[in-house]
Ligand binder design. Structure first.
Ligand SMILES: C[S@@+](CC[C@H](N)C(=O)[O-])C[C@H]1O[C@@H](n2cnc3c(N)ncnc32)[C@H](O)[C@@H]1O
Length: 258
Protein backbone atom coordinates (compact mmCIF):
# COMPACT_ATOMS: atom_id res chain seq x y z
CA UNK A 1 0.00 0.00 0.00
CA UNK A 2 1.41 3.39 -0.96
CA UNK A 3 2.10 5.60 2.04
CA UNK A 4 0.35 8.96 2.25
CA UNK A 5 2.84 11.70 1.50
CA UNK A 6 3.02 13.96 4.52
CA UNK A 7 4.19 17.51 5.24
CA UNK A 8 7.85 16.50 5.62
CA UNK A 9 7.82 14.76 2.24
CA UNK A 10 6.65 17.94 0.50
CA UNK A 11 8.97 20.11 2.59
CA UNK A 12 11.93 17.93 1.54
CA UNK A 13 10.93 18.31 -2.12
CA UNK A 14 10.63 22.07 -1.69
CA UNK A 15 13.90 22.55 0.16
CA UNK A 16 15.99 20.22 -2.01
CA UNK A 17 16.57 17.44 0.52
CA UNK A 18 16.70 13.94 -0.89
CA UNK A 19 14.63 12.43 1.90
CA UNK A 20 12.04 13.41 4.47
CA UNK A 21 14.45 11.74 6.92
CA UNK A 22 16.63 14.86 6.61
CA UNK A 23 14.22 16.61 9.00
CA UNK A 24 14.73 13.96 11.66
CA UNK A 25 18.45 14.69 11.74
CA UNK A 26 17.79 18.45 11.72
CA UNK A 27 15.41 18.07 14.68
CA UNK A 28 17.81 15.79 16.54
CA UNK A 29 20.66 18.20 15.98
CA UNK A 30 18.63 21.25 17.05
CA UNK A 31 17.86 19.51 20.29
CA UNK A 32 21.04 17.57 21.08
CA UNK A 33 23.75 19.50 19.21
CA UNK A 34 25.50 16.36 18.05
CA UNK A 35 27.15 17.85 14.93
CA UNK A 36 29.18 21.07 15.10
CA UNK A 37 31.07 23.18 12.59
CA UNK A 38 34.15 21.41 11.14
CA UNK A 39 33.21 18.01 12.57
CA UNK A 40 34.22 14.86 10.73
CA UNK A 41 31.03 12.82 10.32
CA UNK A 42 30.44 9.24 9.14
CA UNK A 43 26.89 8.24 8.14
CA UNK A 44 26.22 4.47 7.98
CA UNK A 45 23.21 3.51 5.83
CA UNK A 46 23.21 6.91 4.16
CA UNK A 47 21.34 6.50 0.82
CA UNK A 48 19.71 8.41 -0.78
CA UNK A 49 21.70 11.06 1.11
CA UNK A 50 19.35 13.40 3.01
CA UNK A 51 21.34 13.04 6.24
CA UNK A 52 24.57 13.56 4.29
CA UNK A 53 23.22 16.87 2.96
CA UNK A 54 22.26 17.98 6.49
CA UNK A 55 25.57 16.80 8.01
CA UNK A 56 27.58 18.58 5.30
CA UNK A 57 25.54 21.81 5.71
CA UNK A 58 26.13 21.85 9.47
CA UNK A 59 29.75 20.75 9.69
CA UNK A 60 31.24 21.70 6.36
CA UNK A 61 34.05 19.32 7.37
CA UNK A 62 34.87 15.82 6.19
CA UNK A 63 31.66 13.81 5.68
CA UNK A 64 31.61 10.16 4.58
CA UNK A 65 28.50 8.14 3.67
CA UNK A 66 28.27 4.34 3.50
CA UNK A 67 25.42 2.33 1.96
CA UNK A 68 24.59 -0.91 0.19
CA UNK A 69 23.08 1.29 -2.52
CA UNK A 70 25.02 3.70 -4.66
CA UNK A 71 24.65 7.23 -3.29
CA UNK A 72 24.31 9.92 -5.93
CA UNK A 73 27.15 12.41 -5.43
CA UNK A 74 26.68 15.07 -2.74
CA UNK A 75 29.08 17.97 -3.08
CA UNK A 76 32.05 17.65 -0.72
CA UNK A 77 30.98 14.24 0.58
CA UNK A 78 32.83 10.96 0.00
CA UNK A 79 30.89 7.73 -0.28
CA UNK A 80 31.53 4.00 0.07
CA UNK A 81 29.27 1.38 -1.49
CA UNK A 82 29.11 -1.72 0.68
CA UNK A 83 27.68 -3.51 3.68
CA UNK A 84 28.36 -1.53 6.87
CA UNK A 85 28.58 -4.80 8.83
CA UNK A 86 31.44 -6.16 6.67
CA UNK A 87 35.15 -5.77 7.42
CA UNK A 88 35.81 -4.86 3.80
CA UNK A 89 33.49 -1.83 3.94
CA UNK A 90 34.82 -0.82 7.33
CA UNK A 91 38.42 -0.85 6.13
CA UNK A 92 37.55 1.17 3.00
CA UNK A 93 35.82 3.71 5.25
CA UNK A 94 38.76 3.81 7.69
CA UNK A 95 41.10 4.58 4.77
CA UNK A 96 39.04 7.62 3.81
CA UNK A 97 38.85 8.85 7.41
CA UNK A 98 42.62 8.67 7.94
CA UNK A 99 44.29 8.92 11.36
CA UNK A 100 42.47 11.95 12.71
CA UNK A 101 39.46 10.08 14.07
CA UNK A 102 35.80 10.96 13.78
CA UNK A 103 33.69 13.45 15.76
CA UNK A 104 30.26 12.01 14.99
CA UNK A 105 28.92 8.65 13.79
CA UNK A 106 25.30 8.71 12.62
CA UNK A 107 23.21 5.82 11.31
CA UNK A 108 19.68 5.78 9.98
CA UNK A 109 20.24 2.30 8.49
CA UNK A 110 17.18 0.11 8.24
CA UNK A 111 16.89 -3.52 7.17
CA UNK A 112 14.56 -4.45 4.33
CA UNK A 113 11.30 -4.97 6.16
CA UNK A 114 9.98 -8.53 6.10
CA UNK A 115 6.75 -7.76 7.92
CA UNK A 116 7.77 -10.21 10.67
CA UNK A 117 8.27 -7.83 13.56
CA UNK A 118 10.67 -9.98 15.60
CA UNK A 119 12.87 -10.60 12.58
CA UNK A 120 12.92 -6.92 11.57
CA UNK A 121 13.76 -5.94 15.16
CA UNK A 122 16.61 -8.50 15.28
CA UNK A 123 18.03 -7.23 11.98
CA UNK A 124 17.82 -3.65 13.17
CA UNK A 125 19.67 -4.63 16.37
CA UNK A 126 22.35 -6.28 14.23
CA UNK A 127 22.84 -3.02 12.31
CA UNK A 128 22.95 -0.78 15.38
CA UNK A 129 25.41 -3.11 17.14
CA UNK A 130 27.68 -2.81 14.09
CA UNK A 131 27.28 0.96 14.11
CA UNK A 132 28.21 1.05 17.82
CA UNK A 133 31.29 -1.13 17.28
CA UNK A 134 32.37 1.13 14.43
CA UNK A 135 31.79 4.23 16.59
CA UNK A 136 33.89 2.73 19.41
CA UNK A 137 36.68 2.12 16.93
CA UNK A 138 36.78 5.57 15.31
CA UNK A 139 35.30 8.19 17.63
CA UNK A 140 37.52 10.74 19.31
CA UNK A 141 37.01 11.07 23.08
CA UNK A 142 33.98 13.34 23.53
CA UNK A 143 32.54 12.30 20.13
CA UNK A 144 28.83 11.78 19.49
CA UNK A 145 26.60 8.99 18.14
CA UNK A 146 23.07 8.88 16.69
CA UNK A 147 21.42 5.65 15.62
CA UNK A 148 17.96 4.53 14.57
CA UNK A 149 16.55 1.38 16.20
CA UNK A 150 13.29 -0.49 15.64
CA UNK A 151 11.89 -1.06 19.08
CA UNK A 152 11.54 -4.55 20.54
CA UNK A 153 12.70 -6.72 23.40
CA UNK A 154 16.44 -6.36 22.67
CA UNK A 155 16.25 -2.58 22.75
CA UNK A 156 17.10 -2.13 26.43
CA UNK A 157 20.21 -4.29 26.20
CA UNK A 158 21.41 -2.19 23.31
CA UNK A 159 20.65 1.03 25.20
CA UNK A 160 22.72 -0.27 28.13
CA UNK A 161 25.67 -0.87 25.81
CA UNK A 162 25.45 2.70 24.55
CA UNK A 163 25.29 3.89 28.17
CA UNK A 164 28.56 2.18 29.00
CA UNK A 165 30.31 4.12 26.22
CA UNK A 166 28.80 7.62 26.36
CA UNK A 167 28.46 10.05 29.26
CA UNK A 168 24.98 11.18 28.21
CA UNK A 169 22.44 8.91 26.48
CA UNK A 170 18.88 9.60 25.43
CA UNK A 171 16.24 7.63 23.48
CA UNK A 172 14.30 10.10 21.35
CA UNK A 173 11.43 10.09 18.85
CA UNK A 174 11.77 13.10 16.53
CA UNK A 175 8.57 14.85 15.46
CA UNK A 176 9.40 14.09 11.83
CA UNK A 177 9.05 10.35 12.57
CA UNK A 178 5.63 9.09 11.52
CA UNK A 179 3.42 8.93 14.59
CA UNK A 180 2.61 5.21 14.17
CA UNK A 181 6.23 4.20 13.55
CA UNK A 182 8.10 2.08 16.08
CA UNK A 183 11.47 3.59 15.29
CA UNK A 184 13.39 5.40 17.96
CA UNK A 185 16.70 7.24 17.83
CA UNK A 186 19.38 6.67 20.43
CA UNK A 187 21.65 9.64 21.00
CA UNK A 188 24.97 9.14 22.76
CA UNK A 189 26.96 12.23 23.63
CA UNK A 190 30.50 12.52 24.93
CA UNK A 191 32.19 9.25 23.96
CA UNK A 192 34.08 7.86 26.91
CA UNK A 193 37.44 6.54 25.82
CA UNK A 194 38.18 5.58 29.38
CA UNK A 195 40.17 2.69 30.80
CA UNK A 196 37.13 1.58 32.84
CA UNK A 197 33.52 0.90 31.85
CA UNK A 198 30.28 0.94 33.83
CA UNK A 199 29.56 -2.29 35.81
CA UNK A 200 33.13 -3.59 35.46
CA UNK A 201 34.64 -5.02 38.63
CA UNK A 202 38.23 -4.45 39.73
CA UNK A 203 40.28 -5.52 42.75
CA UNK A 204 42.11 -2.42 44.01
CA UNK A 205 43.93 -0.94 46.96
CA UNK A 206 42.75 2.48 48.11
CA UNK A 207 45.71 4.81 47.86
CA UNK A 208 44.37 8.18 49.06
CA UNK A 209 41.31 10.13 50.13
CA UNK A 210 39.73 12.83 47.98
CA UNK A 211 38.68 16.21 49.39
CA UNK A 212 35.07 14.97 49.83
CA UNK A 213 36.28 12.09 52.02
CA UNK A 214 35.80 9.37 49.38
CA UNK A 215 38.67 6.98 48.79
CA UNK A 216 40.43 7.26 45.48
CA UNK A 217 42.29 4.79 43.34
CA UNK A 218 43.73 5.23 39.87
CA UNK A 219 43.52 2.72 37.02
CA UNK A 220 45.83 3.62 34.11
CA UNK A 221 45.96 7.20 35.37
CA UNK A 222 42.14 7.44 35.59
CA UNK A 223 40.78 8.47 39.01
CA UNK A 224 37.98 6.46 40.61
CA UNK A 225 36.14 7.64 43.72
CA UNK A 226 35.03 4.94 46.16
CA UNK A 227 32.73 5.54 49.17
CA UNK A 228 33.11 3.98 52.63
CA UNK A 229 36.76 3.01 52.46
CA UNK A 230 40.02 3.96 54.14
CA UNK A 231 43.54 4.29 52.82
CA UNK A 232 45.13 0.84 52.54
CA UNK A 233 41.80 -1.05 52.19
CA UNK A 234 41.84 -3.76 49.58
CA UNK A 235 38.45 -3.97 47.94
CA UNK A 236 36.58 -5.33 44.97
CA UNK A 237 34.81 -2.36 43.38
CA UNK A 238 32.09 -2.12 40.74
CA UNK A 239 32.14 0.93 38.47
CA UNK A 240 28.84 2.77 38.95
CA UNK A 241 29.14 5.88 36.81
CA UNK A 242 31.78 6.97 34.32
CA UNK A 243 32.45 10.63 33.49
CA UNK A 244 34.88 11.82 30.82
CA UNK A 245 37.76 12.23 33.28
CA UNK A 246 36.85 10.24 36.41
CA UNK A 247 34.44 7.56 37.66
CA UNK A 248 32.49 6.53 40.78
CA UNK A 249 32.51 3.00 42.14
CA UNK A 250 30.86 1.04 44.95
CA UNK A 251 32.55 -1.56 47.12
CA UNK A 252 31.30 -5.04 46.31
CA UNK A 253 33.54 -6.85 48.79
CA UNK A 254 36.33 -6.07 51.29
CA UNK A 255 39.30 -8.30 50.45
CA UNK A 256 41.94 -9.48 52.85
CA UNK A 257 44.41 -10.26 50.11
CA UNK A 258 44.45 -10.22 46.31
C1 LIG B 1 16.08 4.97 5.81
S1 LIG B 1 17.38 4.77 4.66
C2 LIG B 1 18.49 6.07 5.12
C3 LIG B 1 17.99 7.42 4.73
C4 LIG B 1 19.03 8.49 4.90
N1 LIG B 1 19.26 8.79 6.30
C5 LIG B 1 18.63 9.77 4.21
O1 LIG B 1 18.34 10.75 4.90
O2 LIG B 1 18.64 9.81 2.97
C6 LIG B 1 18.18 3.33 5.25
C7 LIG B 1 19.36 2.89 4.44
O3 LIG B 1 20.06 1.87 5.14
C8 LIG B 1 20.74 1.11 4.17
N2 LIG B 1 21.23 -0.15 4.73
C9 LIG B 1 20.53 -1.16 5.27
N3 LIG B 1 21.35 -2.16 5.64
C10 LIG B 1 22.61 -1.77 5.34
C11 LIG B 1 23.90 -2.36 5.49
N4 LIG B 1 24.04 -3.60 6.03
N5 LIG B 1 24.97 -1.68 5.07
C12 LIG B 1 24.83 -0.45 4.51
N6 LIG B 1 23.64 0.16 4.36
C13 LIG B 1 22.54 -0.48 4.76
C14 LIG B 1 19.68 0.92 3.09
O4 LIG B 1 20.30 0.56 1.85
C15 LIG B 1 19.02 2.29 3.07
O5 LIG B 1 19.54 3.09 2.04
Amino acid sequence: MARKKDRFYWLAKDEGYRSRAAYKLLQINNRFHVIKKNDTVVDLGAAPGGWLQVAKDISDGKVVGVDLQRIKPVEGVETVKGDMTSDRTISKTLKIIGDEGVDVVISDAAPNLSGNWNLDHARSIDLVESALEFAKQVLKPGGNFVVKVFQGDMFNDFLDKVKTNFAYVKAHEPRASRSQSAEIYVIGRDFLKTPVKKNEEHDVEITSLGSGGDGTVTINGFVIFVKDVNIGDRVKIRIKDVKPSFAFADVVEYLTKF
